[in-house]
Write a new protein. Sequence first.
Lengths: 367, 362, 165
Amino acid sequence: MVIKTEPFVVNIGPVHPSTHGVFRMRTTLDGEVVVDMEPVFGYLHRGIEKLAEERTYTGCIPLTDRLDYLASMTNNFAYVLAVEKLARIPVPERAEYIRVIMAELQRIASHLIAVGAFLNDCGAFMTPIVYMIREREKILDLFEMACGQRLTYNYMRVGGVSQDVPEEFVPALSKFLKVMPGWIDEYDQLLKENEILLARAKGVGILPKELAINIAASGPVLRASGVKWDIRRADPYSIYDRFEFDIPTGSVGDCYDRYRVRVEEMRQSVRILKQALKDLPEGEVRSDVPHRLHPPVGEAYAHIEAPRGELGFYLVSDGSIAPYRFHVRAPTLINLTALRDMMVGWKVADLIIIFGSIDICMAEVDR
Amino acid sequence: MAMQMLPPDWPGGFWAHWAVFVVIIFVFVLGVMMVALWFERRAMAIMQARLGPNRTGPFGLLQPVADAIKLLLKEDIVPAKGDKLVHWLAPVVVVAPVLMLFAVVPFQGGAILADLNIGILYIVAISSVATVGIFMAGWASNNKYSLLGAMRLVASVVSYEIPVVLSIIGVVLLAGSLSMQQIVLAQDIPFILLQPLGFLLFFIGALAEINRAPFDLMEADSEIVAGFHTEYSGIKWSLFFLGEYGEALAVSAIVTTLFLGGWRGPVLPPWLWFLAKVGLVFFVMVWIRTTVPRVRIDQLMALAWKFLFPLALLNLLITAVEILVWPAVSPWVMVAVNIAIMFFLVLLWSKLFKLGWGRVEV
Amino acid sequence: MKFERYGIGIAKGLSVTLRHLLRRPVTTQYPEQRLVTSRRIRGNELIWDKNKCTGCATCAKTCPQGVIHIVTSASAEENKYLVEKFEVDTGYCIFCGLCVEACPFDALFMGYAYERARYRRGELVQDKEMMTETPDSEVSGYFHPERAAKLPRQTLLIDRAKVKG
């Protein structure tokens, strides 16, 4: 006897405990299996690109904080690199080192949330995310010491950073670097070889290498599929060519590989931080740049390796104090285009895990 | 099957004995369940490096009372198109068997409501009735997803009954009787040492039956199927909640009786030993819940049929062979042999166990 | 033969969770216990030094949101305007600190307090009198190192960790 079934359409989101932000997935399900999936986003659009056209170049920096709010330092970094490229402004040495320290600390903090949220979606009932938020608190304390805020820093300026780090920053940072590898090892012990996690995440949601390159994916999503591409090596910006670090890559491109790539990147960031802290020179931290900057007419594009991928800013200037066009190349938006191919054929329970492993921040997707 | 006679020195006769024990069971279940709720929240919180509830009452001890009062005061919503009688009956059908389970659990030597000589069979039978209640709840909600969730749950509970029952038979073979009191009295060495594989199978199977810890798909809030108790609110939902924690306590009590030696222990009074052992088993359940992620539904079924069921059959075979072949050998030799066999079988089976069900081509 | 999935991963995870039973929880029970914030915190209000301000309105021109409203008139002193209205709408402010950074006369400070919730939006607008420095509204050391030195040290979570060697 043949049972007649027909697929039905289910809306997951926009308000859902596991979508990281407001994101809607119109899935067509045939029993438990996902047959088709259509992502609908745009719920968090705030018009940042238009707002930037009415603010000075320095006044746009608080706007860039709010793009990917879990990694504000790297957003600031990419933007000021674009403005400095446009206006050809030099940056002092100490400022370069402080920028690298802040960017790598931000990478660790963002990956902690990414890994914690992924493990939380797998069902481990909040334990991993609570542990990782505890480590993130230590990093946020350091940021608060330097610039006064814990989430939207507004720290980098065109031509350097806004102010020098206080003198208790360096001892606190070295203490943090001594104990952080031990904590990463403890989290590995907690869940890396857990059989249930392996059964749920290994082989699930594979992104093949050719597809990843074709859709211009970047960041840990690309590296987990086997492509060894990191902008810090391929197109070095700031002073990254002075540091030694490895680029962790996965082999298969499933959810487990993305999780492992992020954990290994945290270890490599600790390595970079140790080198940067050792070589930190003295000096001033800010070039003399007026607040109302008049860059020459032209355009510039600067990209960096943000925790979620390649974050780029494209600026067009017409000589006035506000940018004529301000465009953000959001890495998560580009990575999202592969979501349908990753999800088709899997079950509903895997949908949530695959979505969590790409590490989406909807504020960046919708701008 | 005649009921066992109660001890001749009980004053007041049969009905006084019954009344006292019914009161004790209600107080025990509800009281210890409140403490278990509090304990779970505090223990899980400290294992997550945070504090649990500590504001309501000293150390947060009145938190379950506050939760209960809040739930009692909520509006009782009944779905308009659902089957009203079934909707109303379902929580009752889920909770009543849980309370009935405690009737045959020995709190102390001689302190038991009804010392049936089919004790463990009664437990297996009654605990299956709760499944019917869950299916009634899913059906009466008039909600496609509740029905799917309830069907999933029924399928998983039925699949896990088999390893559980087979491992119980191993214990019964060793004790020589189905009566719970006799099983406790037969444990000169706790059966966890003599039946390590049986203990493991029973524990995993029981965790799956009560929908806790790694098998709590139905309460997962990261799945779209929100479970059979979506359409319940207020006191009916609190009855489901009570049923879940009551089942957890009942399973702890059964594990204590069957495998850990019940109320036997050297120095302290027996009921204190019983409570301590139940607390220990419950702590292990909370500990597992804090650490381990959730399995998927098809992995759940694969685990039951391909991993636990063959191992349960092998366990039964080996126990039967041991009892036949070595009746006069010292039990400690059997302990060593059984532990070695358990390690060997678990390692061998995990090598051969394939999960299957990868991606489906559409 | 390599064995996988025989339960040792779960056992390792369980040992980590068990170890946490012996550690002190990291919760700070607000409002009885409070953490000391950073010296440079960009707190929830703006504080104004009336004597140093000359009414140049650089802060108002710098603000990306445009929340500072200044009305001045000519004054008898030289190099200074008479500031008639200096109003900050704290409800629209994003606390970026660019105004403090831009003031050429060091007359503007960020607040140190962070508990300034109000019931109505209208109460969030600060006028001239509400922006003076009082013992209730302290100033923070953001871009003012001489004031930062007087503030207490920040509580760091990393201070609780024990470092070996």
